[in-house]
Write a protein that binds this ligand. Structure first.
Ligand SMILES: [Cu+2]
Length: 640
């Protein structure tokens, strides 16, 4: 059974346990003398059902612990103690009630026990991972007060007792919410704590403080590849005839202009914002630039407001397929079209004769590949080689394939795959933000590039005069290629780990910018309060990501690529897989290695940008690096 299924079953069992005991407590009447046999049987049946459900929850917790402590921590340390306490109280209460003695106390114990069991469920939902003793203590006090209130009601202790317990419970609730709100208002934690403690002005203990603004690419040196980009609202007419009100970085299509540089170039991009009111930036997704060029509003720069400019500069020394997009309020900006492809061609030129960059996007209900929707055609003669550089610019995973010929996955996330072999009738899954280069030799018949988003929006490549009309669509029917066992090659020697970070992903009720939200959390917190992964230059960092939630989280690391070590405890066996976007499905645990060779404060976030906007962002922070930019503030910076 999958870990996600175990998590779901556990929630159902624990809820059923508390619910059935609560029903038993409410069904158990106050009058011992005129009690009907059927009432007794009902109460017994409910209590028995509740007990069985709790036992099942216990077994499921043990199974979850076997999948990793991430999935079971708070269930073992907080949930089970509450459930055992509740069960003990419930059983004693039930025994008294059956024997017809101490009826008010018996009913109080049954209902109080049920409150404790309910708190056991809330432990998973409110406390989460890692277990927090203070939150557990608050839950305990809440259970005791709720039990007191129950007793006051059941035993008819009068209005003052009822008001007293109800009042204390209300005070606890308000205090808990207030404390939670205050921690949301607290200072952000996006810098490494050492830098935090020393501040800009007073480097101490040998740590020199360097602002992100000093981590820029110097001008000069190399052939300058200058590009002007203007962010503006524009109207795009698609091949289908649909007209879309989009936001873009120029060009006629939905995607911005394709930026192609050659290895060795000094790329200089001058960004102007014409009329995007929320502001824009340019982030080079997957391209490991110096930190000050990374384009994250509120972390590496201020958002570029209408009428303002910002110039980015980086050396084209990492041949491969990347994309660029705004990193200011990007959940809306990217969706509306503020993105485009970035390709760095190797110095000797691209080996294939046809080379297409194909960002896959959804806008206005249409699936757009490259510039437009519908079926697009390109000519290639038999025997010619073709490279399709596919990028998923969507917020959810997609599957893509080349139907009609064997193909190989020559590169993933801008890094070549060693020993990539031909596959056929396989789909390649791309998490949000990920890229893959699909390479094939043109057969005499046509081929079709397909995505599982649309049967209508496809790219047909064929020798002049041929069609693909009789080629069946296959992307949704064929199995996924597992990149963890694809290709071959030796594990790179990256040395022993010197730092570690764990990211436990979940969804929990939290305050977010002062507003109560069902937020996306990392280690129980939301941005900007998630403690950074703190590293020093030269560290080899082991990063573990565990997904406790029921959503897919494509975790994107800025400024670095991570080497995949294992998924769900199974080591990667194929070519060394270096990713910048790791698509973590519900219940999965990924172990990754990162070499800290690019100082800065780097975003590390979910590339389902709606999840990022709802809290799932944090930083990888190098010791001694500080930022003068702030979340929100006068520039309205929104780093997602
Ligand atoms: Cu996510």
């Amino acid at each position: 059974m999958t870990t996600a299924a175990l998590l779901l079953l556990h929630a159902v069992a624990a809820l059923a346990g508390a619910g059935l005991w609560l029903a038993a407590g409410f069904t158990a009447g106050p009058n011992a003398d005129r009690r009907a046999r059927s009432e007794r049987m009902t109460v017994l049946a409910l209590a028995a059902g509740g007990t069985i459900a709790l036992l099942a929850a216990g077994v499921l917790t043990a199974l979850l612990a076997g999948r990793g402590w991430w999935f079971a921590g708070e269930k073992v340390t907080v949930g089970i103690p509450f459930q055992l306490m509740g069960l003990a109280a419930g059983v004693v209460g039930l025994a008294w009630w059956i024997r017809g003695i101490r009826i008010p106390s018996a009913r109080t114990l049954m209902l109080g026990g049920a409150w404790a069991m309910a708190a056991g469920v809330l432990a998973t939902w409110l406390v989460g991972y890692p277990p927090q003793p203070i939150a557990a203590a608050v839950l305990l006090v809440a259970v005791l007060l709720a039990t007191g209130l129950t007793w006051a009601l059941v035993a008819h202790r009068g209005r003052r007792a009822i008001a007293g317990f109800a009042g204390l419970l209300a005070v606890l609730l308000v205090a808990g919410l207030g404390w939670s709100w205050l921690s949301d208002m607290a200072a952000p934690s996006i810098e490494a704590s050492a830098a935090h403690a020393h501040g800009d002005a007073a480097p101490a203990g040998g740590v020199t403080s360097i602002p992100v603004t000093a981590l820029r690419t110097p001008a000069g040196g190399g052939e300058v590849h200058a590009v002007e980009m203007t962010a503006a609202r524009h109207e795009v007419t698609l091949a289908s005839g649909d007209t879309i009100e989009a936001w873009g970085f120029g060009g006629d299509g939905v995607a911005g202009p394709e930026l192609r540089a050659t290895e060795g170039d000094l790329v200089e991009v001058s960004l102007e914002n014409r009329d995007i009111d929320d502001g824009v930036t340019l982030h080079w997704h997957g391209y490991d630039v110096p930190n000050g060029e990374d384009g994250v509003a509120g972390v590496t720069q201020d958002s570029v407001a209408p009428g303002e400019r910002f110039t980015y500069r980086f050396v084209a020394d990492q041949p491969g397929t990347y994309w660029y997009h705004t990193h200011q309020a990007a959940s809306e900006g990217v969706r509306r079209g503020l993105y485009g492809m970035l390709v760095v061609e190797p110095r000797g030129g691209v080996a294939e004769s046809l080379d297409l960059a194909l960002p896959v996007h959804r806008i206005g209900g249409e699936v757009v590949i490259g510039a437009t929707d519908g079926s697009q055609s390109f000519d290639a003669a038999e025997g010619e080689t073709v490279r399709l550089r596919v990028a998923n610019t969507e917020r959810t995973p997609i599957r893509v394939t080349v139907a009609g010929t064997p193909f190989r996955v020559a590169a993933v996330d801008g890094r070549d795959i060693e020993g990539a072999t031909d596959v056929e009738h396989r789909s390649v899954r791309l998490g949000a933000g990920a890229r893959a280069d699909l390479v094939f030799t043109m057969p005499a018949t046509g081929v079709r590039f397909e995505t599982d988003l649309s049967e209508a929006s496809v790219v047909v490549i064929a020798p002049a005069g041929t069609t693909v009309d009789d080629l069946p669509s296959e992307v949704s029917d064929v199995p996924e290629l597992d990149l963890l066992s694809y290709g071959s090659g030796d594990r790179p020697d990256i040395g022993p780990f010197t730092a570690e970070g764990a990211l436990v992903l979940d969804r929990m009720p939290r305050f977010l910018g002062g507003v109560p939200s069902y937020a996306y959390t990392v280690n129980g917190e939301v941005f900007p309060h998630i403690a950074p992964i703190e590293v020093r230059e030269g560290d080899v960092v082991k990063i573990t990501i565990a997904n406790r939630g029921f959503d897919v989280h494509p975790m994107h690391v800025h400024g670095h690529h991570v080497l995949v070590l294992s998924r769900d405890g199974v080591p990667a066996t194929g070519a060394p897989l270096w990713l910048d976007t790791v698509d973590v499905r519900p219940g999965e645990v990924w172990e990754l290695a990162l070499v800290a060779d690019n100082p800065g404060i780097w975003m590390d976030h979910c590339h389902d940008l709606d999840h990022a906007a709802q809290g799932m962002m944090m930083t990888l922070a190098y010791d001694g690096i500080t930022t003068p930019f702030e979340h929100a503030g006068a520039h309205g910076n929104r780093p997602e």
